[in-house]
Design a protein around this ligand. Structure first.
Ligand SMILES: Cc1cc2nc3c(=O)[nH]c(=O)nc-3n(C[C@H](O)[C@H](O)[C@H](O)COP(=O)(O)OP(=O)(O)OC[C@H]3O[C@@H](n4cnc5c(N)ncnc54)[C@H](O)[C@@H]3O)c2cc1C
Length: 437
């Protein structure tokens, strides 16, 4: 490990590399709008674009700079996924709804994101790189192959199994027990992706305001009165698009979302040939273990961007960096001496059933709960919920059926995450032991 002092930026690498979120000058707030959207990330901006392009007056408020939440902090990996097994999905929702969920998660959301890139001409370094899902445990290869065959009977998803003997063609690490490749998955620059949504929403006619948190919501007949530090706005409809940052004023939703942090580091430039040697096929890499390391080359191919669940809670920066360094060196021992240039974090929004949900409750609409997979799902479900708000039949989505379960002990503040962290570490230790046989 290098002993030279490092100067590590605590803002996302993406903000320096492509686009940095900035609040627009504070124009006066309108006194009333058709729709007020709370949260200017991929969900809120996608919904705003759809609503404004269909003639609605739309105001999007963000507590911070628009785009500065998870949407501009993430790993930039693009492609669908599901966290529950097909059997679990079918037993909870029935066969038809399970197939619809899988289809939307794997196919429709990706096609929607690609169509937005094309129609809005968004320059976000999008490349169809393919994704390698790396298996942690030797027994996973057989079970994943069976599950993939079942999935492919239900949705037209391209994927191929890669045995350990061919793993080095995907990633220069011997840590894994083979994996599978999703060739249609891709990579983008997340800050440029959300910036593209911001511009598209503005072009469609939406008004976006930063540094303007929604503080309280009250009903006034059929409409809502949303209080902010800059005055109140009357809105015919309100959409909550705050995912892992859901505030106290959205208490009913906050109780259904678990704000799990995810941590990322970027290395200093290592040189293109070095990085190419680490990712010989240029893939995004995601692990199956609970630590859930995910990593890739930077869009210019000179650095490694490495994310992981360093902790389940907002761990102190020193601890997070130490964990991240350890995990990076475990995956790529050849990077033991590599210096880091950036280390940052963001909040993912998990639900208790690990499924996103869209819908409304007592007149308040929401789209959230992407459980770590939002680059395609957030724009897609933002669009779907906007159509539902307009009463458009094209807004139909199986994610209206997923609900967001409650737990009596989650009252809003995620007090339990440090305990979950401990349980997670024990599980990690057990997994490692089991793996070594
Ligand atoms: C570190 C990290 C890595 C990830 N990697 C990937 C990846 O590689 N691929 C992938 O598909 N997904 C990834 N994700 C998940 C993905 O980034 C999210 O699912 C997605 O960005 C969610 O978008 P969103 O618009 O719903 O929420 P966000 O982008 O988080 O936006 C929510 C907004 O709500 C605002 N807000 C909060 N309270 C208020 C209030 N009172 N008033 C007004 N505004 C408010 C916040 O300021 C914030 O800007 C990752 C997430 C993280 C954190």
């Amino acid at each position: 490990m290098s002993t030279l002092p490092e100067n590590i930026a605590s803002e996302p690498f993406w903000w320096e590399d492509g686009w940095k979120p900035k609040s627009p000058d504070g124009a006066p707030l309108p006194s009333s709008v058709d729709v007020l959207v709370i949260g200017a990330g991929l969900t809120g901006l996608s919904a705003a674009r759809t609503l404004a392009s269909r003639g609605q007056s739309v105001l999007v408020l963000d507590a911070d700079a628009p785009g500065s939440g998870a949407s501009s902090r993430n790993g930039g990996m693009v492609g669908g996924g599901h966290r529950l097994s097909i059997s679990e999905l079918e037993s909870r929702f029935g066969t038809d709804a399970a197939v619809a969920l899988l289809r939307e998660a794997h196919i429709d959301s990706l096609e929607f994101a690609q169509s937005v890139i094309r129609t809005e001409n968004i320059d976000c370094d999008y490349v169809e790189t393919g994704r390698f899902r790396a298996f942690w445990h030797p027994s996973e290869f057989e079970s994943a192959a069976r599950e993939l065959a079942r999935l492919q009977e239900r949705v037209p998803l391209e994927a191929v199994m890669v045995p350990k003997s061919r793993q080095r063609g995907e990633v220069a690490s011997d840590l894994y027990e083979g994996g599978m490749v999703f060739p249609r998955h891709g990579a983008l620059h997340p800050a440029k992706w959300v910036a593209g949504h911001l511009r598209a929403a503005i072009r469609a006619g939406a008004q976006i305001q930063g540094n303007t948190p929604a503080l309280a919501l009250g009903r006034d007949g059929a409409s809502y009165l949303v209080r902010t530090p800059r005055g109140s706005v009357r809105a015919g409809k309100v959409l909550a698009a705050t995912n892992g940052y859901t505030p106290a004023c959205l208490g009913n939703l906050r109780r259904r979302i678990i704000p799990v942090p995810s941590f990322i580091v970027a290395t200093e430039p290592l040189g293109k040939s070095w990085v190419r040697a680490l990712f010989p096929a240029g893939r995004m890499v995601v692990e199956s273990r609970d630590r859930h390391c995910y990593y890739r080359a930077s869009p210019d191919g000179t650095r490694v961007i490495f994310g992981a669940r360093a902790a389940m809670f907002d761990a102190p920066e020193g601890l997070a960096r130490q964990q991240m360094r350890g995990l990076l060196a475990q995956v790529f021992p050849q990077l033991d001496e590599a210096r880091l240039s950036h280390s940052w974090r963001g909040r993912t929004g998990f639900t208790f059933n690990a499924l996103p949900n869209i819908g409304h409750h007592d007149g308040l609409w929401h789209a959230m709960g992407y459980s770590g997979n939002g680059n395609t799902m957030a724009p897609y479900l933002g669009h779907k919920v906007a159509l539902q708000m307009l009463g458009d039949a094209d807004g139909k989505s199986a994610f209206s059926k997923t609900a967001m379960p409650l737990r009596w002990w989650h009252r809003g503040s995620p007090w339990f995450l440090p305990f979950a962290d401990l349980a997670f570490r024990v599980k990690d230790w057990q997994n490692n032991r089991r793996r070594r046989g």
